[in-house]
Design a protein around this ligand. Sequence first.
Ligand code: G1P
Length: 912
Amino acid sequence: MNQKSTPNWQFTGNNGEFSLKHPDKSSFLYFPLVNEGGMMSSISPQLHGQVTTGHNTFLTPPISVEDLHNSRGSRNFWVYVEGKGAWSAAGNSARQHAQAYSDSADESLLEAGLLWHRITRENKELGIKAEVTSFVPCGTDTVELMKIVLTNTGTEEIRITPTAAVPLYARSADDLRDHRHVTSLLNRIYTSAYGVEVQPALSFDERGHRINHTSYGVFGAEEEGGQPAGFFPVQEDFIGEGGSLDWPEAVVLNAEPQIGHGGGIHKEGYEALGGLRFASAALLPGQSRSYVVVLAIESDRINISRLMSKYGASAAFDAYLEENKLFWAGKVNTVEFHTGDDDADQWMKWVTLQPVLRRLYGNSFLPYHDYGRGGRGWRDLWQDCLALLIMEPGDVRSLLLNNYAGVRIDGSNATIIGQQPGEFIADRNNIPRVWMDHGAWPFMTTMLYLNQSGDLDFLLQEQTYFRDSFMSRCRERDSSWEGAAGSSLRTADGNIYKGTILEHILLQNLVPFFNVGEHNNILLEGADWNDGLDMAAQRGESVTFTAFYASNLYELSMLLRTLKERTGQKTLVLAEEMVLLLDSLGDAVDYTSVSAKLERLKHFYAAAPNVVSGIRANLDIEQVADDLAQKAEWIFAHLRKNEWVASEHGDGWFNGYHNNDGERVEGEKAEGVRMTLTGQVFPLLGHAAAPEQIPHIIAAVERNLFDEKIGYRLNSNFGGIQQNLGRAFGFAFGHKENGAMFSHMTVMYGNALYKRGYVQEGHKVLDSLYNLSANFELSRIYPGVPEYINEQGRGMYTYLTGSASWLLLTMVTEVFGVKGQLGDLRLEPKLVKEQFDQEGKASIKTLFADRQLEVVYTSTGSAGYGEYQIHSVTLNGAEVTLQRVSEGVVIPRDVLSALPEGQVHQLQVVLA
Ligand code: G1P
């Protein structure tokens, strides 16, 4: 394969639109089509992919990424050209596959934008071109639309007979390997004027054998509403004995449809097909004919006349497509970047879209994401909020408040998240597992919210706690819990207990402080951020998350002091049991003693055994703040002294882990260097890494983890499976959580470098991520950031990744330095020279204080970062009196909230 000949995609418009020649020549490509109503599709250049509204309601067969090229069962649109034979407008026919490497191969071009997909395919020998446009209309209709325009590109008249063919799997993903055949016997297949509908009689899945109501349909119309000429509702009849979906007898032999015009006949008990035959038509040279195909999933029988009068015509399709483009542009353009590199700015539009995609798909339903049943994990829930705080800030307060209802009294949390906000479900599969990082994220996200909004009252708002049969961080079972009493924590006298959000946060960060292993770092438990470190639950320790928790404790102590200063609040009301964890207020614990810490924790568990007394303690806010600060400082000193790996190169880094044999994981060992990026990121992101340690860490990362070809690796090569650490090391080195460039950690590393003032270094990190992703020759992905780049440079698990949230956040708050400071706006740009355009400008449009702001930085002269300062600021042309802070300026919220809503306000910032 000559990779050099692979052209890159090109941006073609202002809203992220791009085109790619010969998308057929790259594998694994797919594109998301989705709406807020729950329709979740994916589409490949050959119209493969899947169409579903959830785990139990797949219209097409559920697939994994390999199926994109290996399975024949996809959306298809056939054209039988009289005298010349069958051709697939999707490029998905046995003949076209066989021609793939020959001169007879179709010419193909992909064009796509927010959120639509068009593939144009032409076969010169047949003299035919097909342009297939697909999208899922915005709004709540669970439909996917597809318009096919066939054009005669030859010099003679041709006669065509088109047939749409979409396999109607119509059931739960579980049935793929659980009675696939038997469940086809449940199918009730109806044909009517416009198409085929399947409503299985029962559903066989984990919910039991129940009457099924969900219906799935494929309908079509030609031009402005002409009905199909007939139907092929049964797959086996369509493909014929010995045939297949990529060479179906009904098309290849141009057979008469099984059911004629108007439908009306109903079939039972077979694998179904949305097979729609359109009337034969003559096409003169240059002449076109269009067809619209509608794929629909409904909770009951489909109202076909409503559906088709809305969507079943070419003009309607075009109108909804335009509406859809506007909808998505509106969403994505709440944040816009302008730098000296237009392509990079366009690319960021796709990154900006990604957090929204993750909100809609969860971590499932795209071809690489062939796991999960929808929904998101706890960690992702909180990190996805980071981006939503920037893009859709209106909803975030209630989202955060609801999420806190998942916290248990032992500082751990529910891991099964329900459909409704704030709905957490007890794990009835009895898998006792605690991810030790989970408690650390909520405070980080909440702090961002507080800074963006200044809403300190949020901290004092009350919320319930989650309770199930697990207690003491899954070390014990509550045999009294039966579920009947619900999933809310109660007091000894049976009332539902509520505590402030601040109390929830304190618990999440205080309990881990005491939950330490033999080296006095916080226990790894089930795993931390790296889900793959799951085999060290007894003795493993996560040093890196110890650093994260310590930074949280430190920030919390600062926040309490601010709370007192700003609101005059002198005391804190907390569950009385928590005083045990604020040990310095009473019976102080010796922090150097692991056993003393564990003893205190046991004491706390015993005092609040899945139930609380309901009695509150009134504590002095300063004393609580002091307690937290002492704990934080103790950890910082401990980590700097005991977990620093001194390198023989003169620099060093933080050891990130201890394994299940109690051994330090990282270091320059006889068998090679063992180092993790994760180990560095959290000490850098917070306060654990001392300023003088930072350059050493950077040097060690560059030496041990940076690889020209794939960027910053997640870890060096540990050289084999690590049964005392986790399954990640079972992956081949250079893949996923074992030594790939894992975008999430790379972006956090970049973010941390910016935060600590290492701007050139941070820029290098983000730039490498962009260049790796946007280099199509190697990455073979559409614009956007992938979950990881594998050892060959290929981008993997596209679209759904937490790294997009972090990248967006980093661009807004660090690179462009537009950030909240307890409600006020702080401007602290960290732009490097090449990010300014030719006129010395770089700008960002973003929301702050419910106002659309455009912040335009103008750098006079050729000053790069470190050489400029904010010289002056005007707001809509009027000079702003500046409040200078260390590296930037603060504009009080009042100034912004006095501005009218619904228009863009200009902040012109001169850097000199
Ligand atoms: C994924 C998960 C995330 C986890 C990470 C590492 O990353 O979603 O929760 O921390 O793997 O195991 P993402 O896909 O968000 O980049």
